[in-house]
Structure formats: C-alpha cells, structure tokens
Design a protein around this ligand. Sequence first.
Ligand SMILES: Cc1ncc(COP(=O)(O)O)c(C=O)c1O
Length: 409
Amino acid sequence: MSMYCGIIRRSTCCTLAIHDLESGPSMNIRKEFLPFSRPSIGEGEINKVVTCLKSGWITTGALCKEFEDSFCQLTTAGQAIALNSATAGMHLTLTALGIGKGDEVITPSMTFASTINMIALLGATPVFADIDYGTLNINADLIEEKITSKTKAIIPVHFAGAPADMEKINQIAQKYNLKVIEDAAHAVGTYYKGIHAGGFGHIAIFSFHPIKNITTGEGGMITLNDAVLEKKLRMLRFHGIERDAWKRYGKGGNPSYDIAQPGYKYNLPDMLAALGIVQLERLQEFNTRRSKLANLYLEGLKGISGIELPKLPGYDHTHAWHLFVIKNLTLARNEFMNKLAEYNIGYGLHFPAAHTLSYVREKFAATAGTLKETSRAADKILSLPLFPDMLEEDVQYVCSAIKEIMKHG
Ligand SMILES: Cc1ncc(COP(=O)(O)O)c(C=O)c1O
C-alpha cells in the first residue's frame, strides 16, 4: 500500500512530482502517518476504568489512594500525592515551600515552559544553569556559580528519561541549604545509581500526560519524604480543605469543613487513577520496549553525516527513554521537519529553550546568562517518534528516511 501512496502523489500533483524528482522521497512512502507519540491503552486499562465508572464513585477516592501507594513503592518515597497535572504539582510545591517575590530558583532553560511559568507567576525569578550538550541534562558543575543569597531551590530535569547527576546536585543543595525539586516528568522508570527518581529524599514531580511513559490522560504525582509538607500539599490540592470529598461524604463522614489557607482544585479523579494503576503495572513492559526501540535508533542512525545521537550520562543509570532527541547539524529545523512530514513521520520539539521565550527575555534578561551549550543545542534538536506500540519496522523506516533526507538535503 505504501508504494501506491508514493506513486499517487507523483502522478496527481505536477509540482510535487517535480519537487520529488529533485529532492523528495525516492523510497516508498508509508501511507499511515507515524505519530511522534501514542499512548498504549489495553483491555486492562479499559476494564479498570469501566469498573470505576460503574462503581458510583468517580472522583478522588480509593483508587487514587491505591495509585499513590503504588508510586511510593516504585520510588521508595514516604508519601505520594496524585494531581491532575505535573504543572499543578510544581505550582503546589513552590507555593508550599513559600517561594515567591524576591526568591530565585535555579533550573535549566532546556525544560518545559510550565516550570518557568509557575516560578514567574509566583513572583520569583528563574535563574538558568547551562546544560551538558550531549545529554541535554543540567550541568551540575555549573549550578554553584548561579547561587546567590536569594536562591531557594534547584529544579533539575531528568531530561528525556536520563537522570540528572543527583549526587552532585544533592551535595550543592546541602552545602547551601537549598531545596531540590526533581522535575521527574520524563522519569517514570528512571534510576540513578540504583535509586529511582523521587527516591533521594527530596520532592519529585512526575507527569502522566498522554505522551509520557505512563498516562492517566492528564495527571501528575508529587513524591516526598516529609509528613508535615505532605499535609500542606494535600490541603492546597483541594481548596485548602483538610479532608478529601470521599472522606467527607463516606459513611459516617463529616461534610463540614474549615479553611485555614485558600487552596486550588488539582486533585486526580478515580476514573483517571484507574487508568494510572494499570499503566503503572505495565511500566516494565513499556520501558523495556522503549529501550529496545531507542537502541534500534542508536544503531540505525549511527554514522549518518549531519546527525548527532543522544549521549548517555557517564554514571550508572537506567534510562526511561521517554524521548529520543537527535540533533541535525546541517539542515535548518523547519526544513528537516518539512522533509519528515513528506515521509509521513511525526516529530516533537523538547524544548524551545525557555530563556528565548518572549516574556522570559523581557522579564528575566538580566538573569538569563549566556547558556552557551543550551544555545548550541537549541536550534538543532528534534524528537523522533518513540512509543511502546511502535514497531521495529517503524524505527527502520524513520532511519531510512533520515538517511535519504540527509543524503539529498
Ligand atoms: C520536563 C517537563 N516538566 C513538566 C511538564 C509538565 O507536565 P504536565 O503536562 O503534566 O503538567 C512536562 C510536560 O510535558 C515536561 O516535559
């Protein structure tokens, strides 16, 4: 079928035909679009969600608690708090730690904008530390020089599923009495020297957005080891009310409440936790598959002139392979994306460097710094399709397409 698709394109569009003859695809173009990511949802997930729907309780309740407990087991953290996004987790964490006006938070610029947004919305200042060009992870050796008397926290990102250098980061945090908030959005299944993300005694925040290693549709989880902070976060998660709805409306529950500090509405409903419980049971299966596909990419793209492959951290780790990010050294990214689209291949961008976003440039130019390696990588990066249901042939197809693009490009 894919062969016919290529032929039809050539025979029905004169411009395309000329273009194709000059520089377009000469291999057979797949008929079906290969998305950048797609969640893997099986009968187990569907059954669990349906059971929840039929149970009479669909918002935050026993399933959410079960999901939280499973996360404590995975990460070895003492507490876990399920939320409707990781962004909500960052908002609650920064708020609960009292971070606001006049405070500085150190983070890489190579991160999702949500972190910077939350820092900025609370009136604090993001201070960017440069990354390691190869791994795109924060360069722990460049954190200390960013610390001032205003610094309150460091937010490393376990980029693409490879852990940041937690030993070094922990040492710096201890020396200057700073909080560490692990951005573990990419890190379900990430281990640093045998310790899962979230297992270092700090706060960690995971994401269950549909492209993540496990999904709840939308969702997130804070893990921590601090029962006092846990209580505060749980209240902030739900209006500032001490008891969740299921405790107030259950048999013998007390529906009245008091609010000592106003909170938000960031709880994860049981319908979504149901999905998360089954997804988490499948984590090993998912990440084994991701790892296999990533290794096929590493092999298949090796030696292609103009393409740089992701580097692995030098320390002992388990990569969750949330993303497979390559760098194109010769083609402008727009051109590269257009070419991939011609081959029916999807892609992602992780990330537009945060220090280049309009409002960040306007508001925080003074603290942005030079960020040499971030800038060097930012224009070249592109994330290739990677998801558990992707086939080996799909990876081979992407590798062949990139080979062809780079030959003619
Ligand atoms: C590094 C990073 N941090 C935070 C987030 C925010 O996650 P969520 O969409 O669950 O709010 C994302 C989401 O893509 C991310 O990639």
